[in-house]
Design a protein around this ligand. Structure first.
Ligand code: GRG
Length: 295
């Protein structure tokens, strides 16, 4: 990423970190709020909220109206990670370079922290979005959020992923899992940023297509890192996919073909921006640099 873009990305990230800290207080019973804060403030890349803010900015010039929604998406993302790490799901001991939530707070609190984040996130959208944003836009954002978090998207992806463990699956099933588990939150980020920024239907469609390509490219890179990286670098246990008998882009297509697909998806994402006159260095460079990430 170019130095100038890196600075803008870091500025957005700082705002997100501050607001997440502010939005999630510690109140009685402290255990649950501390458990929520532990995972949300554990220092992820904050890619999804940055995408949401930048999309709103590129369309309207003002990203501040999207801050509560961007934070809510990061809460949803953190919730999905807490639950994904549970022994009954992917059973992971490390996340974001720290012991997973259930390792620190116990399984029952980890389940409840995830549940709490899931309902707290839309509450934040309703309570904190500036009153200048039309109620119709807030309703659309809430619908996007709830659909993405539910049995039509995130949960659907997770269910098919779990059911596919140890089995041979076809290309369509592999794409279904990751379109719903991973790309869904990228689409949610771009779409809500676009709705709050006042996008017309053409721009909304273009940004959704960009997000889908980006999400799948991001997942391919995740699969690559799972076989090439270390616990220290990744912040979570590598080599899990093979151990769990999961079909990944690497086991399905091989490393070289996966890298080719990753590169094509990133170029296609950049082309979408260009063809639709979406002039954002951040969106362009995030797509260009997906294969550079190390965690
Ligand atoms: C929504 C009720 C409800 C349940 C969730 C557990 C579950 C159902 C879904 C799992 C979704 C999941 C864990 C997808 C993986 C997506 C992915 C590639 C995550 C890693 O994202 P990064 O690298 O993480 O952006 P950081 O830590 O940087 O934020």
């Amino acid at each position: 990423m170019q130095e100038k873009t890196k600075i803008v990305f870091e500025d957005y990230k700082k705002i997100i970190e501050q607001k997440l800290d502010e939005y999630i207080p510690v109140k009685y019973p402290e255990e649950i709020w501390e458990s929520m804060r532990y995972s949300v403030l554990a220092g992820g890349k904050r890619l999804r909220p940055v995408l949401c803010l930048e999309t709103c900015k590129v369309l309207s010039g003002d990203y501040t109206q999207a801050i509560p929604t961007a934070c809510a998406i990061e809460m949803l993302h953190s919730q999905s990670l807490i639950h994904d790490d549970l022994p009954c799901m992917d059973n992971d001991d490390y996340r974001r370079g720290k012991p997973t939530n259930h390792k620190v707070f116990g399984e029952s609190t980890a389940v409840l922290a995830g549940d709490a984040l899931l309902s707290f996130a839309p509450q934040i959208i309703i309570q904190k979005t500036p009153k200048t944003v039309p109620e119709q836009s807030i309703l659309r954002v809430l619908e996007e959020f709830l659909v993405s978090a539910g049995a039509e998207k995130l949960i659907a992806g997770q269910v098919v992923d779990i059911a596919s463990e140890g089995k041979q699956i076809d290309k369509q099933t592999l794409n279904f899992i990751h379109d719903n588990k991973t790309a869904a939150l990228f689409k949610l980020s771009l779409r809500t940023g676009a709705i709050l920024g006042g996008a017309d239907e053409n721009k909304l469609k273009a940004l959704t297509d960009y997000a889908e390509k980006l999400g799948l490219a991001f997942q391919i890179m995740d699969d690559i890192l799972d076989v090439t990286s270390t616990l220290e670098e990744l912040g979570k246990t590598p080599g899990k996919d093979e151990k769990e008998g999961k079909v990944t882009y690497i086991s399905f297509y091989g490393l070289e073909e996966s890298k080719k697909q990753l590169s094509s998806l990133c170029s296609e994402a950049c082309d979408i921006l260009e063809k639709n006159n979406i002039d954002s260095d951040i969106l362009k460079e995030i797509a260009k640099n997906i294969s550079e990430r190390v965690n």
